[in-house]
Design a protein around this ligand. Structure first.
Ligand code: FAD
Length: 312
């Protein structure tokens, strides 16, 4: 079965893009985690669909990895096939639409849209990861979510059908989309953008966003961005006087700078855990559990992860 899978992948994508026992750590921003049984790199939406169909035909479990900037891969790695999306097409569609393949990086989409004088994406400059990953978790920045820019998502359903799903049916919410519930895979996304009356301002917005990130986030150490979602102001009762922010709760629980093995709560941003050198996935997981337990014990708030766990 597995040899069959390997042969089919090599026939479809060439030997240099298919690997057995491939280390996943270098493909994630945390730089930790074990190996995938199989890894294939796909370069556009057609290849992504093709790789999925090969895996399904061989009855092998499949995991999609985008930029690896919102995942913690377990030390034991990931069984089955990991499909890594890397790049793809970006093209104008209709009068103000832009369609981008799932593997296009958010940063290159920012550049593409600014270059064409289209407003909407500039403030996303510096957001790591791919379009597919951004849709999966409804990425957010500065109070806006990526869903606000989306018209529809072309995806493959669990029944292996390709459908175009309107944004209103994507179940977008805070850090949420229906992809998390269904296991469907995004192939490409249609965005609605408006022509800007001031293209120079777009570059300025992008620069400001990059500068803000540099000031507030530990960008020179491996991390996966924010570990936890911010508390839901309706569902979670955050005590008076404490901001409704996961970082503030972790900070006030006295955990800023706290370390387990090579994992440390960032001193720059308490909702970031950094790999301070030599961290294992289980170090990071233990620190996540500690943060949740301390915040629950002190403030009665149960934090929920924004990051996703891959592998056992
Ligand atoms: C320094 C830093 C700063 C960050 N800043 C922000 C920020 O401002 N705002 C924000 O929202 N996030 C931020 N993040 C987190 C992360 O960049 C985003 O969540 C990003 O959208 C994840 O995209 P990705 O391609 O890296 O996803 P991955 O980490 O590769 O995957 C995340 C999940 O999406 C799934 N997935 C990926 N592609 C597809 C697909 N095509 N179809 C279906 N499922 C798919 C994966 O299976 C996985 O479950 C930051 C991270 C870092 C390291």
């Amino acid at each position: 079965m597995s040899t069959n899978l390997f042969d089919q992948l090599v026939a479809a994508f060439g030997g240099d893009r298919v690997r057995r026992g491939a280390r996943l750590a270098p493909l994630t921003t945390f730089k930790v985690g074990g190996a995938a049984d199989w890894l294939v790199e796909v370069q556009d939406a057609h290849e992504l669909e093709r790789a999925l169909r090969i895996a399904w035909g061989a009855n092998v479990p499949v995991t999609v990895l985008g930029g690896g900037s919102n995942v913690l891969v377990s030390d034991a790695g990931v069984r089955g096939l990991v499909i890594r999306t890397r790049g793809g097409a970006t093209a104008a569609e209709g009068t103000s639409g832009v369609r981008a393949d799932a593997g296009v990086s958010v940063n290159s989409l920012v550049g593409w849209t600014i270059g064409r004088g289209l407003a909407g994406f500039a403030a996303w400059a510096g957001t790591p990861g791919s379009v597919g990953g951004a849709v999966f978790g409804n990425a957010h920045y500065g109070g806006r979510s990526i869903a606000e820019l989306i018209t529809s998502v072309r995806l493959v359903t669990r029944d292996h059908e390709v459908v175009e799903v309107s944004a209103s049916d994507m179940e977008f919410g805070s850090d949420r989309s229906r992809l998390q519930r269904t296991g469907e895979v995004a192939l490409s996304v249609l965005f609605a953008l408006a022509p800007s009356s001031d293209p120079g301002a777009l570059r300025e917005d992008a620069r400001a966003s990059l500068a803000h990130r540099k000031r507030t986030q530990p960008l020179d150490t491996p991390s996966a961005g924010c570990i936890f979602q911010n508390p839901d102001p309706v569902r979670d009762r955050v005590p008076d006087g404490i901001p409704v922010s996961a970082g503030a709760l972790i900070d006030r629980a006295g955990l800023k700078g706290h370390a387990i093995g090579g994992a440390r709560v960032s001193t720059a941003h308490a909702n970031f855990i950094i790999n301070d050198g030599g961290a294992s996935a289980s170090d990071i997981r233990a620190l996540i559990d500690l943060c949740r337990a301390e915040v629950r014990a002190r403030f009665g708030v149960t934090l929920r992860e924004e990051i996703r766990y891959l592998g056992a």
